[in-house]
Design a protein around this ligand. Sequence first.
Ligand code: CA
Length: 380
Amino acid sequence: MTGFGLDHLPYGVASHQGRDLVVVRLGDDVVDLAALAAASPPGFDASVLAGSSLAPLMAAGPEVWAVVRSWLQDTLPDAPASHIPLAEVEMRMPFAVADYVDFYASLNHASNVGKIFRPDAEPLLPNWRHLPVGYHGRAGTVVPSGTPIVRPRGQRRPGPDGRPGFGPSQALDIEAELGFVVGAPSAMGQPVPTGAFADHVFGVTLLNDWSARDIQAWEYVPLGPFLGKSFATSISPWITPLAALDDARAPLPGQDPEPLDYLQVAEPAGLAIELEVVVNDTVVSRPPYASMYWSPAQMLAHMTVNGASLRTGDLYGSGTISGVERDQRGSLLELSWGGSEPFTLDDGTTRTYLLDGDTVILRATAGSITLGEVEGTITA
Ligand code: CA
């Protein structure tokens, strides 16, 4: 398969013959990195590649990341013996998620949601252009691609009798996002400036922030998302190293008003990554990441400006990626405009929100690189 050449080399954890291995993907193979290091001893401490989690490598920091990557690019072309066909392994959760934060960094998405949820008010709340809005999510329910998603139950808005409804969500949705994986930690009390983004962030993964809109709409005031989001978040098992996205760096669309000093960022601070949202084999949307208003470096700086520390395994989502156009919207909430405008799949059926048995796949490319996809199927 294209998109997984030597210019990419995403990291993951693969289960093979009863053992969990730290691997990179090369084409349609995975490469066992501990075995590769035993066969071709590298000039660094190879213990970061042993074990069954990416955490030791993630924690080692940017100098080690660069050395390992360049060793791989030098060694892999001559080491076919360490390859295992992708079809013979099962991908695992690549690291234990420490804290999970989700942002709301798309101007188009925030504007659309404002228009749908608060039709008589200004779509953007007064803080939105001054800070990357976010909330703390649930690390323990971040799951790898392929994990079935059980339709959540919960409360929804009261009907005419004044009592809240309760039961399985009737408005189960997706949010197409990028996730940023923190490798190197930071000390409590020491904010991480935008310029230190690449010193801490190890890589990028596709992320689907499953969302129950009916539960969310009733519970979210005044403290924000809670049970409408925390039941499941899916990520790709493949973590694309930041270095593989050097050529995808792109300028932000423009920020007005100019943000405060701690949110100033050196351009190009955005990423030109093209996504696809696939529902049951129909591509329903193609969100462009380059349209995002707030950059990942600004999200990281904002998340730590109060002195909050970073831990290895922290994960933060970009928020739903929605472009300007209708067919670039990254949630079904927007594609169906709050459930009022059903859209049609290739099999002739229509959807507003997801039905039991529906499968959603997020895909993405950045130039010659294909990000690992994230897939999930709804069960009752
Ligand atoms: Ca989200």
